[in-house]
Design a protein around this ligand. Structure first.
Ligand code: NAP
Length: 584
């Protein structure tokens, strides 16, 4: 062994693994913004197991995952691993890379020392019973994202990977380009090709959200390769050229429409009609771009909450909306009528298995997949690249950072079978979306995670409730109920039957909905029983205030009828809670 530690850019002789290596480390005590969280350190080079490979990293890809790893939210990845028995008190991130194989475990057959490889980020336990009996490793409880959920990612001179993660590096790409595409392209591949009869086919129409983004730019190329026609959605016309050069038939500027967000309530006929008008206009725009009246057979989704209602509406009968993220929010709303009557499929998808990663990589090897690298950084600039992402100031496309490669532009040898198009990325683009959560998010109640501590001062509903119930009879007119509401400065009236049982609530929303499509006189003469929301959500006076709030937020309501010994005795409302918060 000639040296214990090699400097960055000073490549050890092939196959010689130094005792120590340089790496960018995240430690719990400096969780926070990327420029503080990532620090350069020297650590012991990891040893490998029988099915593992040690790769000398030439370049690493940058993903949102490690912005969040550095912040320590939504998961403290170091704490989670320590809990599971791993001893390292640091995290080396990096879920994309290109490099050279330096050592292999004794069971490794697919790569040898000296091979130039790219690595995908799907790790699983090969002894998992599900995997052993031939199940998709993506469904294995042992599945993890390398360099986020696991340590020893690509932000170091050497990375430790499973042999199945290694794939041939496209010879025509330089190191930084080769490090840029795998995570997003493999995810897009599974979304488009992983769902049997719904997978994208020649002649299909694919609607691609975020066509100039990391996933979208890959999806356009994957759809093109199979002979499908894609329509890309973007937030500005400056990105049209980029998407069409990648292979989209045409683009739509989402800012030309304003019907985004959760669906209006189906009882809100005016709101629903307005939404329908917006979504129909959007559908007509798809026809215009296609030059024919066809609906997308497959919709490539990741914005989530703001776009899912539209995606499901415009999707072809029998088609599929496939989703791998909820960048704008997780509570996507669905009008079930369209789902069941038109027999559409809403399919979740997460990363990709080994076979799918390799299928995707064939496309890259052949030259049909541009890595869409927007910017490469030096090793020193790694925290800055992450900071740009955290601040939403990074360019569209995929970013890389040099690790072992001494200069930009090295590593390419040979030409692809298919000539590559190198579209120009939109310049000066600003991300308007909130920074997405990491692709792997622990699910409350399923995956292990830090328990959320409920801030609770022990207040009970009885401490804040209004005693007494302002009520009306079921056959009282809406006009009379409105007077009760206004006269008492309240937002809802409880409907009580002759036996004194609370049978429903007339809220302000119910009143406004009742007015839709009617004259004021017609609305006024309706009966409370006709407009009320039937049933009555109740809570006991002794319930914790925080539990009552959760009950209201979960049901999207603003008040609960309070009971004592099963009898209604008062009301607690969100307004009361707001008053408590502001100290009124
Ligand atoms: P990205 O490069 O930031 O692209 C996201 C695109 O979404 C942007 O280009 C933006 O394009 C578009 N967008 C933003 N806000 C939108 C809105 N309100 N409505 C419609 N479109 C909007 O990110 P990415 O790499 O493509 O990743 C996208 C999401 O997938 C992230 O949340 C990421 O964490 C997740 N992901 C999941 C997996 C998985 O395996 N589950 C893998 C990779 C990524 P315009 O502004 O031009 O419309």
């Amino acid at each position: 062994m000639s040296k214990k530690l090699y400097e960055i850019g000073d490549m050890p002789p092939l196959g010689e693994v130094p005792e120590q290596m340089h790496a960018w480390l995240i430690r719990a005590e400096r969780f926070g913004q990327p420029t503080a969280a990532f620090q350069k350190e020297v650590v012991t080079t990891p040893s490998i197991a029988d099915d593992e490979v040690l790769v000398y990293v030439m370049a690493a890809g940058i993903n949102y995952n490690n912005v969040w790893a550095g912040m320590g939210v939504p998961v403290n990845v170091i704490g989670a691993r320590n809990k599971a028995g791993e001893t390292e008190d640091f995290h080396i991130g990096g879920s994309d890379a290109s490099g050279i194989v330096y050592a292999v475990g004794k069971d490794v057959t697919n790569v040898k020392v000296g091979d130039e490889v790219v690595m995908h980020c799907g790790i699983y336990d090969r002894s998992c019973p599900w995997v052993k009996k031939g199940g998709d490793p993506m469904y294995s409880p042992s599945f993890k994202i390398w360099g986020y959920e696991t340590n020893w990612g690509s932000f170091a001179q050497f990375t430790k990977v499973q042999a199945q993660q290694c794939m041939p590096k496209p010879k025509h790409m330089n190191w930084e380009e080769a490090a840029a595409y795998t995570l997003v392209a493999a995810t897009a591949w599974r979304m488009l090709h992983g769902w049997e009869s719904s997978s994208v086919k020649k002649g299909d129409v694919a609607l691609i959200w975020g066509g100039a983004g990391g996933l979208g730019s890959m999806a356009i190329q994957i759809a093109k390769a199979v002979g499908a026609t894609s329509v890309a959605i973007v937030s500005g016309e400056d990105k049209f050229d980029y998407c069409t050069k990648l292979g989209a038939k045409g683009c739509i500027n989402r800012n030309d429409f304003d019907h985004w967000g959760m669906l209006p309530h189906w009882k809100d006929s005016a709101g629903y009609a307005k939404w329908l008008k917006g979504v129909r206009g959007f559908g007509a725009k798809i026809w215009e771009v296609l030059g024919e009246k066809r609906a997308p057979n497959i919709v490539f989704e990741h914005p989530g909450e703001t776009t899912i209602p539209t995606s499901i509406f415009v999707c072809e009968t029998g088609g599929m909306v496939v989703v791998c993220a909820g960048t704008t929010g997780y509570n996507a709303t669905v009008d079930l009528r369209y789902l069941w009557m038109r027999q559409k499929r809403l399919q979740g998808s997460h990363f990709a298995n080994t076979v799918q990663c390799n299928e995707m990589n064939e496309l890259a090897l052949s030259g049909q997949l541009d890595p869409c690298m927007s910017r490469a950084f030096t090793y020193e600039e790694l925290p800055i690249a992450h900071q740009l992402m955290a601040d939403n100031k990074h360019p569209h496309g995929n970013m890389s950072v040099l690790v072992g490669a001494a200069e930009f532009g090295l590593g390419a040898s040979g030409k692809p079978a298919v000539a590559m198009v190198h579209p120009t990325l939109p310049k000066g683009d600003v991300h308007t979306s909130p920074a997405p959560y990491p692709m792997s998010t622990p699910l409350p109640g399923i995956a292990e995670g830090e328990p959320i501590t409920i801030a609770d001062d022990g207040s009970k509903v009885r401490d804040l409730m209004h005693r007494g119930i302002i009520s009306c009879a079921p056959d009282e007119t809406v006009g009379a109920v409105a007077k009760i509401m206004v006269g008492n400065e309240i937002h809802a009236v409880v409907v009580m039957d002759a036996q004194g049982a609370a049978v429903g609530v007339v809220s302000q929303t119910d009143m406004v909905l009742a007015r839709q499509g009617r004259t004021p006189d017609q609305a006024r003469s309706l009966r409370a029983s006709e407009v009320m929301t039937p049933g009555c959500a109740t809570c006991d006076a002794d319930m914790l205030l925080s539990d009552a709030v959760s009950l209201m937020t979960g049901r999207r309501m603003h008040r609960l009828v309070v009971t004592e010994k099963g009898q209604p005795v008062g009301v607690i409302s969100m307004t009361d809670v707001v008053r408590k918060i502001i100290g009124d």
